[in-house]
Design a protein around this ligand. Structure first.
Ligand code: F58
Length: 813
């Protein structure tokens, strides 16, 4: 590892004082904690800018290849702590502030979470940016500067309530407005055919309305302080020219209305998890992002090149799911319509530049856009998509003569009552690389999701198992453990997580194990305080902290977890079977506002918590708590405090998971199905250090069609007791039949997520786990091995793989 370059902090204190006095116009004595947080952040930002400018000059001088990661979501979480750690100055800054009578921790707590993402996909993008900068690679993010991020969740009477999450999208100290580099985005309008000079017909996109994309940059500094890349987020603005024209015509109100509708584009992040809303504004957002990014990427490229001959050698673009798949059409439009390239040449450049990552197999999450909406919003792009498809189908007829069915299946346009653009097909046809995010998932993409495409282009398909950044998820979130590891094996793990392997042998040292367990205990105490503060429940840090934290969704099976809790309740209540160890079941996660069953599940968790926590006997053994408003800053407290990590999706449904990696690295033991990256975690930690249960993908596939939950129900008095309780007044409070829909989905509608099929195996695995937990030494060794053996789940490893195998990106130190 190259040593850390620490920036010069001599002017740091003055920058804070100047900020308070000259930007806020206050004497220091009047400054609030938030004022001081902003002051400290702007002092940090000043340091970041020096690194950023030097990095850009280095890249320019060497005319490097750059990778652009286009994503509708970047879930960065708070940035101050991370920036300080990555620059190696957290302790120095703490000392400077202390001298000024200030406490860094108090100021850091004032930072709002920029919640510009729904869940795993958005957080992965943020981890990747950290790794790119830490590996000194020229990798940049492109996204939208939403005014409102994912909604804030509160709980009232056990129900989820959603409130808007305004974040200072125009005034965050981390955002640098780049008004000089705005992008003009045409949208709506119609196509007119005009005769050109040579007598041919040229389509002309006319009467469009112009939206302006204003870039705001968040600097992303890598660990060691050598490199700072950037995340560029675009805000939508009304085009002044256009509005002024209307204004001059005298229609003041229409001008203002237009302004409002343009600015709506970056107003709010769509809060749907795994379900596509199909709303016009969402398509406009996707196009807005893509159009701004492509313009910006081409502008940067043309600063150093006169033509497009080097484009795919100097530019790589990664599409984070299909949300930015319109990049295929927009890059073609730009090359052909704006820069005058021949179609074939433009197509080669496009496919050699673009690569696509798939994040889901769930059919309801696969984006399709009705032609009517596409035609209305971006008529020229629809023409281009038709032409791409026409040529694509032509090659298919050569490769597969006499197979019209296959052409039907593979076409970018889906026929039917409502014709639609299949965005995954567009992304696959327009890219040179298609990857899934865990081994099993990549396999299922090839064999189940798009087997026809795999047959045609096997060489395009590859796997890139996800990873998480050890800087945020260990160094920053778990300072106690980070310190112990560094004392024991040095600090190389921060940039090379595989070196955690050296901890394995320490498992035989009782004194080390004792320290390791003490740190977990301290993290549990910290988490217990959070639970008390947010859920108003007292929990015992000596009980097993069993945590299920992620979006609430049927496929993630929080319901199965609740069934197990209810089962445990009855075992104590009715059968006097006392568990081997007391347990605290902790849930956290948001449900999409329109997802009825997921929201009802939150209500059920609260209903069960009410009954269990109040029961004088049962509550000595079982407690249930729901921490509201799951977000990055809370995850940083929740994950290090876990003994058990619940990763219990129906096999074949969780593409990878990344929370599972964060928990394991922090020494939690996984209770999981053979799904997503759980399979690779099991491989890494070994079968004795993980609890695997339930049906695997092949078994689930084999069962589909013939699966009969009624049969399982009939044979299991335990399941009957649990489900009858769900359907009884027991957990309902005063609202009768409240949970019938959850009961109904499982009992009368086929239990699509196969909760009942895996129930017994889950209960058995949980019993084994409790037994192991009370053997303190055995448990400590298991958790240590989870930390020691999960170094491969660093996003540095993932990024090295993408850089070498997909992007052709090199270190630029
Ligand atoms: C997640 N997808 C996968 N989508 O579910 C998870 O298994 C994987 O680890 C992660 O991506 C990273 O690869 C995900 O988070 C979304 O949030 C979409 C947002 C936009 C609407 C559709 C879902």
């Amino acid at each position: 590892m190259d040593s850390i370059i620490k920036p010069d902090l001599s002017g740091f204190e003055n920058t804070i004082r100047d900020y308070v006095r000259y930007v806020l116009g206050k004497p220091m004595t009047d400054a609030t904690s938030t004022d001081l947080f902003n002051g400290v952040s702007s002092a940090v930002r000043k340091l970041l800018m020096d690194i950023r400018i030097e990095t850009e000059q280095r890249y320019d001088r060497r005319d490097v290849k750059r990778m652009h990661y286009i994503s509708m979501e970047f879930l960065t979480g708070p940035l101050l702590a991370n920036n300080l750690l990555n620059m190696g100055i957290q302790e120095d800054v703490r000392a400077i502030l202390k001298n000024m009578g200030l406490d860094l921790d108090i100021l850091m707590a004032c930072e709002p979470d920029p919640s510009l993402g729904n869940g795993g996909l958005g957080r992965l993008a943020a981890c990747f940016l950290d790794s790119l900068a830490s590996l000194d690679m020229p990798g940049f993010g492109y996204g939208i500067n939403y005014d409102y991020g994912l909604f804030k969740q509160s709980i009232m009477g056990g129900y989820q309530r959603e409130k808007p999450d305004y974040w200072p999208s125009r005034s965050s100290p981390w955002l640098i407005a780049r008004s000089g580099e705005k992008c003009m985005v045409p949208v709506y309008g119609r196509i007119v055919d005009t005769e050109d000079i040579e007598g041919g017909y040229n389509p002309m996109w006319s009467e469009w309305k112009l939206v302006v994309g204003r870039p705001h940059d968040i600097p992303v500094v890598g660990y060691g302080g050598h490199t700072a890349n950037r995340l560029r987020l675009f805000s939508a603005w009304a085009s002044e020219d256009f509005d002024i024209q209307i204004f001059n015509e005298g229609d003041y109100f229409r001008a203002v209305e237009r302004k409002i509708s343009s600015e709506n584009i970056s107003k709010i992040l769509y809060p749907s998890d795994s379900q596509e809303a199909g709303r016009e504004l969402r398509l406009v957002q996707e196009y807005f992002l893509v159009a701004c990014a492509v313009q910006d990427i081409i502008r940067i490229y043309l600063k150093q090149h006169d033509d497009f001959n080097q484009f795919s050698k100097k530019v790589a673009i990664q599409l984070n799911d299909t949300h930015p798949a319109l990049t295929v059409a927009e890059l073609m439009r730009s090359l052909v319509d704006v820069h005058g390239l021949e179609w074939d040449n433009a197509w080669d450049i496009t496919t050699q530049t673009l690569a696509y990552t798939n994040h889901t197999l769930l059919p309801e999450a696969l984006e399709k856009w009705p032609l009517a909406i596409v035609e209305k919003v971006i008529p020229r792009h629809l023409q281009i998509i038709y032409e791409i498809n026409r040529r694509f189908l032509e090659t298919l007829t050569v490769n597969y003569p006499d197979d019209p069915q296959r052409l039907h299946r593979m076409s970018i346009i889906e026929e039917g009552d409502e014709k639609q653009v299949r965005m995954a097909h567009l992304a696959i046809v327009g890219s040179h690389s298609v990857n899934g995010v865990a081994k099993i998932h990549s396999h299922l993409v090839k064999t189940g999701l798009v087997p026809d495409f795999y047959d045609l282009w096997p060489e395009k398909f590859n796997n890139k198992t996800n990873g998480v950044t050890p800087r945020r998820w260990l160094l920053s979130a778990n300072p106690g453990l980070a310190r112990l590891i560094t004392e024991s094996i040095g600090d190389k793990w921060i940039v090379d997580l595989d070196t955690l392997k050296a901890l394995e042998s320490l498992g035989r040292d009782p004194a080390f194990l004792e320290k390791f367990s003490m740190i977990k205990r301290e993290n549990k105490v910290r988490l217990a305080r959070l639970i008390k503060k947010t859920a108003y429940i007292d929990v015992d840090p000596d009980s097993i902290f069993d945590i299920h934290a992620k979006r609430i969704h049927e496929y993630k099976r929080q319901f199965l977890n609740v069934m197990h809790i209810i089962h445990g309740y009855f075992m104590i209540q009715e059968e006097g079977v006392i568990p081997t160890a007391p347990r605290t079941y902790i849930f956290s996660g948001k449900a999409a506002p329109g997802y009825f069953l997921a929201k009802l599940l939150i209500r059920l968790i609260h209903g069960v918590a009410d009954v269990v926590n109040k029961d004088p006997l049962v509550s000595q053994w079982i407690k249930v708590a729901f921490i509201p408003d799951y977000k990055v800053s809370l995850a940083e407290i929740i994950i290090p405090g876990a003994d058990v990590s619940e990763q219990i999706s129906t096999a074949g449904m969780e593409a990878s998971g990344t929370g599972n990696m964060k928990f394991a690295i922090n020494g939690a033991v996984t209770m999981g199905t053979m799904d997503g990256a759980n399979i690779e975690i099991a491989e890494a930690v070994g079968p004795d250090n993980i609890y695997i249960f339930g049906h695997d993908v092949e078994e689930i596939q084999a069962m589909r069609g013939a699966y009969d939950p009624g049969k399982i129900l009939a044979q299991s008095p335990h399941i009957q007791r649990v489900l009858n309780a769900v359907n009884s007044p027991l957990f309902c409070g005063w609202e009768n039949d409240l949970f019938f829909p959850l009961f109904d989905a499982v009992v009368n509608h086929g239990d699509y997520y196969m909760n009942l099929a895996d129930f017994q195996s889950y209960v058995d695995a949980q019993v084994r786990l409790s037994g192991d937990y009370v053997d303190k030494k055995k448990w400590a060794q298991m958790t240590l091995l989870n930390t020691a053996r999960t170094g491969i789940f660093s996003s540095d490893r993932t990024i090295r793989e993408y850089a070498g195998e997909v992007w052709g990106l090199e270190r630029q130190i």
